[in-house]
Structures are given as C-alpha cells and as structure tokens.
Write a protein that binds this ligand. Structure first.
Ligand SMILES: [Zn+2]
Length: 392
C-alpha cells in the first residue's frame, strides 16, 4: 500500500508538464521508483522442505531382554554408567544373600547386585540399625541386575547399581529358606490410600528411615506420601534436615527405596539434581495429597478391566535397545566373553519374566465406597490422572 502511494505521488509529480524540468539522472531514479512501486512485491520462493532422514531404529532384542538374561557381572572395574533410569553397571558386586543383619529376598530375580558403594552402604546400615535403632535386620529387595540396565519387570530405575529397595518388614530371627523368600509378602504400612496404619507403623520404622538417610552418600529416599507424612510428624522439632532427602513417590508403601549419589570421580555417571534443603513437609506434601486424591478418583472411574487370558497387549512404545543406552553399555554386555546374540528372545525372557514378575508386597489399598463418595463430594465424575510413574 505504501509503495502504491509513493508511486501515485511520483506519477503526479512527473506529469509531462514538469518532466522537462527534471534532470536525466533524476528522471531515471524516478522511473525506477515508479517501476518498483507498480510492480507487485515478489514473494520469496517457498523454502524447499528438506526431508529429515528418519534415524533407523536400532535392531536386535530390547535391552531389557539382553541385560535381563545375563546371570553374571561384567568382569570390569566397578563403574556406574549413565543415569539411574538409563544405564548399566560394570564390575557389579553381589550383596551376600545372608549377612549378620540382613537377608536378601526373591532370590530367583537375581537382582542383588550393585556398585561396591551400595553394597558397603547396605552392610553398614544393617549393622547400625541393629546396634542403635532396635531394628533386628534388613530384608533386602531389588538392587540391580548383575550388569544393571533395564529390567524385564518392575522398575524403571535401579539400572546403575546405586538403588536398593528395603522392606519395611523386620527380618525374622532365623534364616529364611529360598522358598520362603519367594513366597513371603512384605507388609503394607497403609490403612487406606492416604493414611499409614497406626497398628503397623512403629517409631522404629521412623528411626530406620532416619538412619538410612543420615549417610552422606545417600542422594534420595523414596517413600509413599503417607509415610512421608508420618515421618514429618514423628521427626521432632530438632534436626529435620534428613527429611529433605526423603521424597514422596507412588507405591512405596511396603518398602523404601534408597538411592546413592554417584561415586566421586566416576566419569559418565549422571547424578540427579540435589534435593532442596527444606524438609518437604509443607507445600510439597500438600501437593502430593492433592495428586493422591485425584488418582483415587481417576481409579474409581477407570476400574481395571477383567483379566483376559488372550495374548498380551502390544505396547506402542519403542523398547530401548542397547544402542539407546550409554555406549559403554555395549562393552559391559559383551564383556567376559558373553555373546548377546546367543540370547534366544523366544524363550529366555518368558521364563525370566515369570519369576521376576512376582510382586514383593500386597496391592495398594483402595478406598471403600463411602470414603470414595465423600472424596468426590457426592458426585462421581471423571478427572485427569496426574502424571504418575508407579515403579522406581
Ligand atoms: Zn525401588
């Protein structure tokens, strides 16, 4: 529009009567301006879309099948490689299945492997808790697989040998048989989805988790929000700093999950952000309770479908391959002469999945109908489920 106006003004100026008075140079300039004004603006040629070549998805069996079927550690120097939920473990060490103050549960899973930093920590915690906190001994659940990495069932983390699940059930005063370690169920600490059962929870459990959080190498501890709540109540007014490390998370109601920080000086081990300094008993816990309530309402509106004996549902998610993990995990997988190509995807994972899928504890409690109705304010209605990742 502006160009058109200039053009019209120039035309008016350049009427033949005036043209004689204009110098040739000026005239040429005016002519060019006229031409520019009257020519429709040239549209820039559309940019050619450069088609990005899709990166070919790495082939081969999923990483969880390969790493989940190696029964022995990688004979390399101990190293946690990658991130808690995307990595592997070199030089894994087994926590002995029986110690003076601990016993390992669910032996068939072969998940009592960790970085030596984790094994040292567990032995020390078991001994200190018995000596100072009247806790008779630890029942230890999953650590990592011999070479870490993703698992066929259960956790998304526990991949680098720095995570451990510890039951909130005390160790009995006798050595359990292998079969008992498969069959005994951990005890739920919850009375309902929001509340710890006062008949089950004892101050010794608070002391145990406080002890577990007290070592400098502990990065975080995960517990169900209701457990965090009771810890907040029982912690006392002084020395509440340890509570900062204890974080609410879904489904940790019969065990707690200890996560150690990366051993110092290890390249390629990815720590999480350090926790904020406050005890997390205020706004954070309040927000978790809001999520718990939403989750209960969502569950009420989405009752589980009746189990079908038919074929397993196909997930659309592309499963991680070893090539998706840090590159040293390929070396970890193949070290010690292990041949990953010998893994028969048709048989091994099925058997492994069967043993590994046994839950260690009871299913989460559900609200009864009256409590649910009260929670919904008398009006059952759909609500979006908050982001949740039940397994760690
Ligand atoms: Zn865990």
């Amino acid at each position: 529009m502006r160009r058109l106006m200039i053009g019209l003004m120039l035309l008016a100026f350049c009427s033949p009567a005036q043209a004689e008075q204009i110098s040739p140079v000026k005239a040429r300039g005016i002519a060019m301006a006229q031409a520019a004004a009257l020519t429709p603006p040239v549209k820039p040629a559309p940019k050619k879309k450069i088609k990005k070549k899709k990166k070919a998805a790495p082939k081969g069996p999923p990483a969880k099948e390969l790493l989940g079927s190696v029964a022995v550690p990688a004979p390399l120097a101990a190293r946690s490689i990658g991130a808690y939920s995307k990595g592997c473990l070199a030089g894994g060490v087994a926590l002995p299945i029986n110690g003076p103050d601990w016993q390992v549960m669910r032996l068939s899973r072969n998940r009592n492997w960790g970085h030596p930093r984790l094994i040292d920590y567990l032995e020390r915690l078991a001994s200190d808790a018995r000596a100072f906190d009247e806790w008779p001994g630890l029942l230890v659940g999953d650590l990592s697989q011999p070479r870490g990495g993703p698992m066929l069932t259960g956790h998304t983390s526990h991949q680098v040998g720095l995570d451990a699940d510890i039951w909130l059930t005390p160790m009995p005063d006798r050595i359990l048989t292998d079969q008992e370690r498969e069959d005994i169920s951990a005890v739920s600490m919850l009375k309902d989805p929001f509340t710890v059962d006062p008949e089950v929870w004892t101050p010794e459990r608070t002391k145990l988790i406080k002890r577990a959080a007290s070592y400098p190498q502990v990065h975080r501890i995960f517990v169900h929000p209701a457990i965090k709540k009771i810890l907040c109540q029982q912690a006392g007014a002084k020395n509440r700093r340890w509570l900062a490390k204890v974080r609410p998370w879904w489904n940790h109601y019969y065990h707690f999950h200890v996560r150690l920080s990366c051993p110092p000086g290890i390249a390629g081990c990815a720590n999480q952000k350090p926790v904020a300094g406050n005890d997390g008993c205020g706004t954070e816990l309040k927000n978790w309770y809001a999520m718990l309530r939403k989750s209960e309402i969502w569950k009420a509106n989405h009752p589980p479908a009746p189990a079908k004996p038919a074929k397993p549902a196909k997930s659309k998610k592309r499963l991680k391959r070893v090539a998706d993990l840090p590159k040293d995990c390929k070396t970890v997988l193949a070290s010690g002469g292990h041949d990953p190509s010998a893994t028969d995807p048709a048989t091994v994972p099925v058997a492994l999945r069967a043993v590994a899928s046994k839950d260690a504890g009871p299913p989460p409690p559900r609200l009864d109908a009256a409590a649910l109705l009260a929670l919904m304010g008398g009006k059952p209605r759909g609500m979006p489920l908050p982001d949740r990742n039940p397994t760690r």
